[in-house]
Design a protein around this ligand. Structure first.
Ligand SMILES: Nc1ncnc2c1ncn2[C@@H]1O[C@H](COP(=O)(O)OP(=O)(O)OP(=O)(O)O)[C@@H](O)[C@H]1O
Ligand SMILES: [Mg+2]
Length: 367
């Protein structure tokens, strides 16, 4: 068991500044997910923690001890990579046992630990098979088994599920979560899949250009993004961003869209906006905050909107419908049968209580 502290970590590859002065603390037993777009430095950071890359500056502490000068094998870390290279000529059993044998662990202990890991991962009946005789998901489990028998202080995962098909990904994601419940070792997990990040993490660390954009519990990032980048990265389909101008009248505020149309903002949003008359904003409305209007009066902060359905994408449970607001294409997530054909007029209710207003110049959320 171990906590991990990074302070002032920088990493350059030639003139590429991949990690830019990063400070991060991950608690003992915490499941932290590093997420962000391709090239933002996720793998570099993970490899630096593992000791596979040397930081150009800064300190890395694991379990209270500075590890900058320790080689990877001295850090007691287990790492699972995307391409989980198994040894093709070794059985599942011998693949899992490999690291233990290399460390001269007694055979009786090896048998015990391999048995326990195989049981936990549901691959007990596959121990005598070779990797080529396994499915992708089974191979992935063997790679995880190889990591967990080591009883490492820290687990690092770099996109371990990205080679799997969608259904297997979902299954393995659940198993990794269960594994963490059982062994409670600190885990740092890299992905660029925001669903994986949301579902697995105790804490999401969202990276952008080698720096932390925001970190926090999954729902905290989702509901209280500090920047438009965070708002846009988390959530599927992505949050809709509609250009508008703020209009302040009396105690309230409204947004006026560029091609016409006005929406009054809920009063809780307007207190911070009293001097923002005429300010340009991006109005962020999540697809989930649309619903079919049921008639009757609307709750506070909910506005009525009449739209024409353009593209209709049923998923089975929900239907994504493209409509226009302020001349911009916007995706609304409705109930499966709320809309059935292109061109249909639909009366919607938009819940603006959780709308985010973003300053287009700085990218910061202002309300
Ligand atoms: N060995 C290397 N030599 C030179 N540049 C590198 C090297 N490894 C990574 N980089 C660069 O450092 C930056 C961060 O790369 P990194 O692999 O950490 O990104 P990532 O967030 O893991 O992306 P992905 O989601 O695509 O895996 C990128 O600009 C990348 O091109
Ligand atoms: Mg990577």
């Amino acid at each position: 068991m171990a906590d991990v502290k990074l302070s002032g970590v920088h990493k350059y590859y030639g003139n590429v500044h991949a990690v830019r002065g990063l400070d991060l603390t991950i608690g003992d037993g915490e499941f932290a997910v590093l997420v962000g777009p391709s090239g933002c430095g996720k793998s570099t950071l993970l490899r630096t923690i593992a000791g596979l890359e040397d930081p150009d500056d800064g300190t890395i502490t694991i379990g209270g001890a500075v590890v900058n000068d320790l080689r990877p094998r001295e850090r007691n870390i287990a790492m699972v990579f995307q391409n989980y290279a198994l040894y093709p000529y070794l059985t599942v059993n011998d693949n899992i046992a490999f690291g233990l044998r290399a460390r001269k662990t007694p055979e009786i202990e090896i048998r015990k630990r391999v048995g326990e890991a195989a049981e936990m991962l549901g691959i007990g009946s596959l121990l005598q098979r070779y990797p080529r005789q396994l499915s992708g998901g089974q191979r992935q489990r063997v790679a995880i088994g190889r990591a967990i028998v080591r009883k490492a202080d820290l687990f690092l995962f770099d996109e371990p599920l990205s080679n799997l098909d969608a259904q297997l990904r979902d299954e393995m994601r659940t198993e990794i979560k269960r594994l963490h419940h059982e062994i409670t070792t600190t885990m740092i997990y890299v992905t660029h899949d925001q669903v994986e990040a949301m579902t697995l993490a105790d804490r999401i660390v969202l990276l952008r250009d080698g720096k932390i954009e925001q970190q926090g519990a999954p729902l905290e990032l989702f509901e209280q993004p500090r920047t438009g980048f965070v708002a846009g990265f988390l959530g599927s389909p992505s949050i809709n961003l509609i250009p508008a101008t703020l209009k302040i009248n009396g105690g309230g505020a409204a947004v006026v869209f560029e091609s016409g149309g006005t929406m009054t903002l809920p009063s809780a949003k307007t207190t911070s906006l009293t001097s923002a008359e005429g300010r340009q904003v991006l109005v962020g409305i999540r697809p989930q905050h649309f619903s079919r209007a049921g008639g009757g009066s609307l709750r506070d902060g909910v506005v009525a909107y009449s739209a024409v359905a353009d593209l209709i994408q049923p998923t089975g449970t929900r239907t994504f419908t493209t409509i226009k607001i302020g001349g911009v294409d916007v995706v609304a997530e409705l109930q499966a049968h709320d809309v059935s054909r292109h061109g249909e007029r639909i009366d919607l209710a938009i819940d603006l209580n959780r709308v985010v207003l973003i300053d287009p110049a700085s990218g910061l959320v202002i309300a």
